[in-house]
Design a protein around this ligand. Structure first.
Ligand SMILES: [Zn+2]
Length: 251
């Protein structure tokens, strides 16, 4: 049984994932954790708009991306190390979600986003398989992967993303403070919106964790913003229309 007094201190009212993560950490159940870490590489132009990169860009920047004329994003030593250790943490979160029984299983067949087959249950980790829920919209040439989809059995499922952050990154941030979340991480807010537009889920959970002692966490619940979705869709369609007509967008 979890220690409820301690539990109350580490969780905030309304959070759904944090109390379970605390129980997972404090449980003596055996749980195997499989880690697969990919070395980060600079994303190549692939003719698609990505939820994690593009929703806040201007039409000019999007046009540059689509025509392969934008500067490749340089990844610093800090960024590369953060990605590698962040992906170790993602493996632990995946094991936690399986333990908690709240992750919606991957569908059968192929991922809409990357085209790879979804990993069958019990298959060994391999590049051949996609292990995340992927969604795509062909009319707006946009796609995304979600870390997971969570089902708490008391309403529709939630989209879910897990973010790691440096040790001091959560210092002035309270759980469930949506205004603060949006102001501090507008690109994550936009990523959640775009993932909801593409997937059809209408609520999204972001769970943050500092990489390192004392492993602080913060949870935010983001509702779908239809106006933002319409604006993103119109922006993407405008850029695609320029590409089709061969009319460049100038700065
Ligand atoms: Zn995929």
């Amino acid at each position: 049984m979890p220690n409820l007094t301690k539990l109350a201190r580490v969780t905030a009212r309304g959070t759904l994932v944090k109390p379970l993560l605390h129980q997972f950490a404090m449980s003596d159940d055996t749980a195997s954790i499989r880690l697969r870490v990919d070395r980060p590489v600079t994303r190549q132009h692939d003719g698609w708009f990505h939820a994690s990169q593009h929703p806040l860009m201007s039409e000019y920047e999007l046009y540059q991306w689509m025509t392969g004329t934008s500067e490749p994003e340089e990844m610093s030593y800090t960024a590369r190390m953060s990605v590698m250790f962040g992906s170790c943490a993602h493996g632990i979160i995946e094991a936690f979600l399986a333990w908690a029984g709240i992750a919606v299983p991957l569908p059968k067949g192929e991922c809409q986003s990357c085209g790879r087959p979804y990993r069958p249950l019990r298959a060994r980790p391999s590049d051949r398989y996609c292990t995340e829920h992927g969604y795509a919209s062909y009319p707006t040439r946009s796609r995304c992967h979600l870390d997971s989809v969570l089902d708490f059995k008391d309403g529709p499922p939630w989209g879910f993303d897990f973010k790691t952050i440096h040790q001091f990154g959560l210092r002035d941030v309270r759980d469930m403070d949506l205004d603060c979340f949006r102001e501090k991480w507008p690109h994550y807010w936009a990523q959640g919106q775009e993932c909801m537009r593409l997937s059809g889920w209408r609520n999204y959970i972001f769970l943050f964790m500092t990489l390192g002692n004392p492993w602080e966490t913060r949870e935010f619940h983001v509702p779908f913003d239809p106006a933002f979705a319409v604006a993103t869709e119109e922006k993407y369609r405008a850029v695609l229309s320029h590409l089709e007509r061969g009319v460049p967008i100038v700065p």
